[in-house]
Design a protein around this ligand. Structure first.
Ligand SMILES: *[C@@H]1O[C@H](CO)[C@@H](O)[C@H](O)[C@H]1NC(C)=O
Length: 192
């Protein structure tokens, strides 16, 4: 028996294994694409465009503020075919752990391989910040260097391909022209 000769049975086996591997790869391809095309990879950022009502009028008694914060939310959708649409959302802002505003986010859409932005306003009534915190915030606002924590929840239409809402944790700094968008941490599949 020659050493170099390949056993015909082994040859058949090799062809079978190769064919099987190719077949499996073709079958798995759509799943790999779907995973890669998942909304998990969408990127979000947020910019603070205005912060009003935080400066207490001189001579007033107990500080109770009526605040308004304006934001622009940005979404980047890298998916090849699927758009990313939201029907509505909520946004809530806090400063130093104190809630300072709440509002709604209008519906918006980022098409495949594109970006989108939407404006949202958060309002606070009867906001009470401890004196030290309020003075620090007033100073930071003068410098355009205040930092708010913002949580946004974005919900999708029922007929959307993926129903999962998105939860965003963002920092909003400023306000300064031009507004500086900061990257948000995004979570999908959270419990509503
Ligand atoms: C904030 O947004 C609201 C509503 O969109 C708008 O009426 C208001 O003028 C904005 N405030 C500033 C300071 O841009």
């Amino acid at each position: 028996m020659e050493k170099e000769a390949i056993d015909p049975d082994l040859q058949k086996m090799l062809i079978f294994v190769t064919g099987f591997a190719l077949g499996a790869a073709m079958l798995l391809f759509p799943f790999i694409m779907a995973t890669w095309d998942s909304p998990r990879h969408d990127a979000y950022s947020l910019a603070l465009t205005a912060a009003d009502g935080f400066v207490q009028p001189a001579g007033a008694g107990a500080p109770s503020l009526s605040t308004e914060l304006n934001f622009t939310l940005y979404a980047a959708n890298d998916r090849l075919t699927a758009g990313s649409c939201f029907s509505h959302g909520r946004v809530a802002a806090s400063y130093g752990g104190v809630a300072v505003g709440e509002g709604r986010v209008p519906g918006w859409c980022a098409g495949p391989r594109s970006t989108a932005e939407v404006g949202a306003a958060a309002r606070g009534v009867d906001v009470r910040l401890p004196d030290g915190l309020r003075r620090r915030l007033e100073a930071e606002l003068r410098w355009g260097a205040a930092e708010f924590d913002v949580e946004a929840r974005l919900f999708r239409d029922r007929d959307e391909e993926t129903h999962s809402p998105v939860l965003l944790w963002c920092k909003a700094a400023g306000p300064q022209p031009p507004p500086q968008p900061l990257r948000c941490r995004a979570f999908t599949d959270f419990e509503v």
